[in-house]
Design a protein around this ligand. Sequence first.
Ligand code: PMP
Length: 361
Amino acid sequence: MTQVYNFSAGPAVLPRDVLLQAQQELLDWHGSGMSVMEMSHRGKEFMSIIHDAETDLRQLMGIPANYKVLFLQGGALSQFSMVPLNLLGDKTHIDVVNTGHWSKLAIKEARKFTEVNVVASSEDRQFSYVPDVASWKRSPDAAYLHYVSNETIGGVQFPFVPDSGETPLVCDMSSDILSRPVDVSRFGLIFAGAQKNIGPSGLTLVIVRDDLLGKLPAHMPTMFDYRVHADADSMYNTPPTYAIYIAGLVFKWLKQQGGVAGIHSRNEEKAGLLYHTIDNSHGFYHCPVDTANRSRMNVPFRLGSAELEASFLAEAEQRNLLQLKGHRSVGGMRASIYNAMPLEGVKALTSFMTDFARRHG
Ligand code: PMP
């Protein structure tokens, strides 16, 4: 099999060991004679799979007992509606920090249901930084404060967890969940699409403090109600069983990597190497993001001209360095280096980058 390094922003690379185990177990899970794909979600086999997945995730993230873990569908985008619908209660507005594409979309969607106060925005400089907290204009009595810990397209990552005081803090952690330690007790709700650091697409994770449940207006669809899913242990309807199984394998793999702290130091090493290569290229490569807010997961960079960028991508592909094209809305390059990207992949990329700069610089 060809060795490729896949720098896709998501769906993204999965740990090879996880895929090998899934392959081994594909036809016969633990002697059951069934594939996980064929199992009843209410059977004892699958019940043990989802139970283990939740237990391992709770351990990895240190999720306190008063938080529910929900395995849902609909992608992170459906959370842009579910969060305001479930958390607004009798409040009239929410606070949101606007640091890029996914913040903007969350704001647009929330405006269908509530007033949105944008506390700060980095749109003035093409979303290349996190606005200084001292400049944030929080509103009194907001239902919650929403932010995106890592803007997947812009490559801007919060280096801190904002202090929201008594106001519940909501975080779209889609592209950096499980990549670094976080204190879950600081949050009211965390959500993430699975297809970056968790597993295959089709699974959406929600971690929610239990006092925030039960506020969905009665006329809203039952499937949008966090409390319904929490009360049914994510089994109100058929959950995305195979994706949950793979996520469970990824959690076990993460534990073998030294947990979140262990993977975090590897992530720092990988990102450090890539940014070092960019910063030491004498301007051949350029990262548009302020140094303090550079993402450890998605590294955007530019070259001097569109022609050079096109030949960079073509040559990279020839060397099996795949999916390096930036998002269509911003152009340029983007290397996504999630938990499952091995250090060797980043080394292969950086040595190609150095070589390419030498030949074209
Ligand atoms: N938020 C962030 C930060 C994302 O990166 C993405 C997807 N790239 C989304 C939301 C949307 O997720 P989904 O496609 O799972 O709905």
